[in-house]
Design a binder for this molecule. Structure first.
Ligand SMILES: Nc1nc2c(c(=O)[nH]1)N[C@H]1C(S)=C(S)[C@@H](COP(=O)(O)OP(=O)(O)OC[C@H]3O[C@@H](n4cnc5c(N)ncnc54)[C@H](O)[C@@H]3O)O[C@H]1N2
Ligand code: MOO
Ligand SMILES: [Mg+2]
Length: 395
């Protein structure tokens, strides 16, 4: 059996090669940018006034002038005006271009406006005050963003400001989710006493939806011939298979053998971890990957979080997420496996503290209902005192 670290390395050696597609800007949030974004003009593109008030020449104020006759008013969106007389002022609005021959803006709050004259009541006027200088944020031609970042609302704003109505992003892989098992029924059905609803398929579909992947949903019965025929069709139409169940030691766990008959090469089967020990991972021609997630709901969930998500991030050129939390309680366990524990997180004196959520095992789906994260306790040491810093997967 291989360790969690080895398993993850192997998974990451089989990244998907994702093509680049163009989407409308307003549909790009959450997607991964696949292009460089360059400032098409200076940021800001002109000396931008930052307060509503009057624009003056600071030198005029410095030699003792307080009352400035108003030459005109300049609104945001109007072309730049020019102060004709250095003893005068121009009324100016936030977002307007600074008028030529002025170099300071005094806010209305510091002025008295009467008879077409603004009298400055402030003690001081500093050259450059309330002016956002052209190019002070970024210069035209500067790289604002490189590819390999998830598009946030702030990025959408930046893309909009450089005029990118269409954005290049990595296309998401085509994913099929397959539940397996003759005990499973559709969610709208009333299960007989020996049956359960196929909740894992929906849990995985929801998780993928959070990644902007609309997966197709399938079910495979515990009959090798039917399983094979269905899988053949599914493989032809998808790049990634997320399978739940049928990977352990049971008499009806046919998945590994059926996959092999379809050209599957196992990269690993079984990981030294709990839950999720029976996980299967491998490849199918050409460049397709299969995640055989163990059927117990918490195992399915944990393996998805710990292997599929890092695989997807790496395929999308995103940097890995690393986080740690401190254990709120001491924990001891055996045998020597990596233990993934659903935890509740809270802030304790400025540190992230994790409290394990009690559960009855990996069949206990309710144990992850309130989980904010998964702690992964390595096989050694087997005793972790309270306060130990432990790797955390944020959910
Ligand atoms: N002799 C051994 N038995 C088992 C081992 C082992 O090492 N030796 N490993 C155990 C572990 S750990 C797990 S996890 C399970 C994994 O089993 P499978 O991946 O083969 O999954 P199934 O047998 O199909 O189902 C297990 C369990 O999960 C329920 N299930 C399956 N799919 C769904 C679904 N879509 N929605 C809800 N629940 C689902 C299924 O009904 C079973 O109760 O094997 C142990 N056994
Ligand atoms: O380890 Mo299994 O994945 O717990 O039920
Ligand atoms: Mg089984």
């Amino acid at each position: 059996m291989i360790s969690v670290e080895e398993a993850l390395q192997l998974v990451l050696q089989h990244k998907a090669t994702l093509i680049i597609e163009e989407v409308d800007l307003w549909q790009s949030v959450g997607r991964v940018l696949a292009q460089e974004v360059v400032a098409d003009r200076d940021f800001p593109p002109f000396d931008r006034v930052t307060m509503d008030g009057i624009a003056i020449n600071a030198q005029t104020f410095a030699v003792g002038t307080k009352a400035f006759p108003i030459e005109q008013i300049q609104a945001a969106g109007a072309p730049q005006t020019t102060l004709q007389n250095p003893d005068h002022c121009i009324e100016i609005m936030t977002g307007a271009m600074l008028p030529a021959n002025t170099d300071a803006v005094v806010p209305y709050e510091d002025c008295l406006l009467q008879d077409h004259t603004a009298t400055v009541q402030a003690q001081q006027v500093v050259q450059g005050q309330n002016i956002h200088r052209q190019g002070s944020d970024k210069k035209a031609g500067e790289v604002l963003l490189s590819g390999g970042v998830q598009i946030t609302p702030a990025i959408v704003g930046t893309l909009a400001s450089v005029g990118l109505a269409k954005v290049k992003v990595y296309a998401m892989p085509k994913v099929a989710i397959c539940s397996t098992g003759d005990e499973l029924v559709e969610i709208q059905e009333t299960p007989l006493p020996h049956q359960i609803r196929r909740s894992n398929a929906y849990m995985l579909a929801a998780a993928l939806q959070q990644e902007n992947i609309q997966a197709s949903l399938h079910h495979l019965p515990d009959v090798p011939e039917t399983m094979k025929a269905s899988l053949e069709q599914i493989i032809a139409e998808h790049e990634v298979l997320l399978l739940s169940g049928a990977v352990s030691k049971g008499k009806f766990d046919f998945l590994p053998q059926v996959l092999e008959a379809l050209g599957f090469t196992a990269v690993f089967h079984r990981i030294a971890q709990k839950p999720g020990k029976p996980m299967l991972f491998g490849t199918l021609p050409v460049n397709k990957v299969v995640f055989g997630l163990p059927g117990n709901p918490v195992s399915t969930f944990v393996c998805y979080q710990l292997f599929f998500r890092p695989w997807l991030r790496a395929s999308l050129h995103l940097t890995p997420v690393t986080a740690f939390a401190q254990l709120a309680l001491p924990i001891s366990f055996r045998p020597a496996l990596t233990y993934h524990l659903p935890v509740k997180l809270r802030n304790h004196e400025g540190l992230l503290q994790a409290t394990p959520i009690s559960n009855t095992g990996s069949g206990d789906l309710t144990s992850i209902l309130e989980a904010d994260g998964l702690l992964s306790l390595p096989p050694e040491p087997q005793t972790f005192p309270a306060g130990s810093a432990v790797p955390l997967t944020l959910l």
